[in-house]
Design a protein around this ligand. Structure first.
Ligand SMILES: [Fe+2]
Length: 575
């Protein structure tokens, strides 16, 4: 059975499964080069078919991760908010609502669009509930036969938080919180209050929270977010209204409590960090309340987690100590991009048996062969050297110990928001100054944002307290106090880090690089950040070269080719 999953809303994406096994998955943004792009994911869809060597005739099922006819409550609430301000209503009508409208319309006309972009075929088209798609992504590729599942985001069709129980291939809904009560939207509205981009920069609020004190948290818990005894929650309407916040409008109560919203570009102050810390604290309390209740209902020590809020690594890392759950699987693409895969997983496992293998890695995106990579190098007109595997590992490890930042482009691109050693920028975690260098010169981003480490899985417990397997960089753990001074570049202000445990099975070349770096330095770990500068993570060799040539980074590895900018400056293009 060949199933294609599609998400055409925020973070548009596509995933293709054959007989329940993942063959390809990618976000549309990697091809369109527009971050978090929405709309029909034509390029991602073509990539998935090409990677599988299939045509539209071969598809059995296309499943969309939204049910457009159930979007009434969501639309009504959005309209109700913006009607409060004629100015905002007009602005939204011009761009926001118009944009949303075309996505909804695409869902209603999906068959026609598929025929237009894909061609005809014998495939059926169906729609799956948004939160069920999230739940399927969290459970059906987890290693668990049975688990509690929590899905939390801004909003699906109507639900914002859903509790589930997964058993075998079946996923049963236990309860839900519906709009307008949304933890995800509260966090996004705070993101707007702090002068960041909504549905894009929420992780900046999480990073900033570590630098503040949750001094407003008690007020919020007493007056804004009520934690219910049944595990649910209420959020006071219009305190931090998501739809108005997107247009920079905030209630008098918010401004009385938090002060003036931060203007774009305004310097980050202690007050801003305190706001972030307070909302982060409230989010965590609400999540732990939900999870404790979910555990009582399901009586299982295993948990699957998905939805945009599941990307909050700070909260995720505390699940082991603040709730009874002992094993946690978080889908690596927990945001809306992951719903295309979830929807495809759900339908692929609709037979009598669960057939999908547990997810071991995220390398489901495009790869580029030697000729294709070398052609991109020639076209860019840069000097390069081709190295054997061993020589490449040795050279790059040396470059890293010398304080260089290295662009690392290898194999198939990662699925999801994290660079996990296929499209990464790498550096020495021992150097405190490297963090500022990457933030200021290369990534051009805020100085408070932390960097994460990739560590040999078997050595991770030496560095992180309470470490649990973390292949997808989705949990934050305290760095052991004895190790903090050894790895300052990847230790956040609050003494935590967000590690990726690397095994030789899933990425042997990256594993060998970290291992060699460890032999040279006694630290089997690298600073790993995504290979991008203010745009989506690079996908093709051309993207990588353009980013490399446009920033102050001197070394780029494209498969077995090494490009050294300083050499390139001295030597004309040799090939
Ligand atoms: Fe979602």
């Amino acid at each position: 059975m060949v199933v294609l999953g599609i998400n055409n809303m925020h973070e548009a994406s596509c995933a293709l499964l054959i007989d329940g096994q993942i063959i390809a998955a990618a976000e549309e943004e990697r091809f369109s080069r527009i971050k978090h792009t929405s709309g029909f994911p034509a390029q991602a869809m073509h990539y998935c078919l090409e990677a599988a060597g299939l045509r539209s005739d071969d598809l059995d099922m296309v499943v969309a991760a939204w049910r457009p006819w159930v979007l009434g409550l969501r639309a009504t609430l959005a309209l109700k908010s913006v009607l409060a301000s004629p100015r905002i209503f007009l602005a939204k009508a011009r761009r926001g609502a118009g944009q949303m409208g075309h996505e909804w319309w695409e869902l209603f006309t999906l068959k026609r669009l598929l025929k237009q972009y894909l061609g005809g075929g014998r495939y059926s088209v169906c729609y799956l509930d948004h939160h069920l798609s999230h739940a399927a992504s969290a459970f059906l590729c987890s290693p668990f036969d049975e688990a509690a599942i929590l899905t939390v985001d801004g909003a699906g069709e109507e639900d914002t938080t859903v509790l589930w129980h997964g058993n075998g291939r079946k996923i049963r809904k236990l309860g839900a919180v519906r709009l307008p009560h949304s933890l995800g939207q509260l966090y996004s509205a705070t993101t707007a209050f702090l002068g960041f981009k909504v549905q894009e920069d929420e992780y900046k609020v999480m990073g900033l929270a570590a630098m503040g004190t949750p001094k407003y948290a008690q007020y919020l818990l007493d007056n804004v977010v009520a934690l219910r005894t049944d595990g649910g929650f209420w959020v006071k309407p219009y305190f931090l209204d998501y739809h108005l916040a997107r247009f920079g409008r905030f209630s008098p109560e918010v401004e009385q409590l938090f002060g003036q919203p931060r203007l774009k570009g305004e310097e980050i102050s202690e007050r801003h960090a305190d706001v972030a810390a307070s909302v982060q604290y409230v989010l965590e309390q609400a999540l732990f309340n939900l999870l404790r209740h979910l555990h009582e209902r399901t009586r299982t020590p295993r948990l699957g987690l998905a939805g945009g809020v599941a990307l909050n690594c700070t909260a995720n890392g505390k699940i082991f100590t603040h709730t009874p759950f002992e094993q946690v699987f978080i889908h690596p693409s927990a945001g809306d991009n992951g719903t295309s895969l979830g929807a495809a997983l759900y339908w692929s496992n609709s037979g009598p048996d669960r057939i999908t293998e547990p997810l071991q890695h995220t390398y489901w995106g495009p790869s580029y062969n030697r000729n294709r990579t070398e052609a991109a190098l020639r076209k860019a007109g840069v000097s390069y050297t081709e190295l054997s595997e061993d020589a490449l590992i040795e050279r790059v490890a040396q470059l890293l110990t010398e304080g260089n930042v290295v662009g690392w482009f290898q194999g198939r691109m990662e699925w999801g928001p994290r660079a996990l050693g296929a499209r990464s920028l790498l550096a020495d975690p021992r150097r405190a100054d490297i963090k500022d260098k990457i933030n200021r010169i290369i990534k051009k981003r805020e100085p408070f944002r932390p960097f994460a480490p990739s560590v040999l899985e078997e050595r991770a417990v030496e560095f992180f307290e309470g470490y649990q397997p973390s292949p997808f960089m989705l949990f934050t753990f305290p760095v052991r106090s004895s190790k903090r001074s050894a790895i300052p570049a990847v230790t956040h202000t609050d003494g935590t880090a967000r590690p990726q445990g690397v095994t030789s099975d899933t990425n042997p070349r990256y594993y060998q690089l970290i291992r060699r770096f460890g032999e040279l330095t006694s630290i089997p770990m690298l600073l790993n950040t995504s290979f991008n500068v203010e745009e989506p993570i690079v996908c093709s060799p051309e993207d990588a070269l353009a980013t490399f040539l446009g920033c102050e980074m001197n070394h780029l590895v494209l498969e077995n080719f090494l490009v050294e900018k300083s050499v390139a400056a001295r030597t004309p293009c040799s090939p």
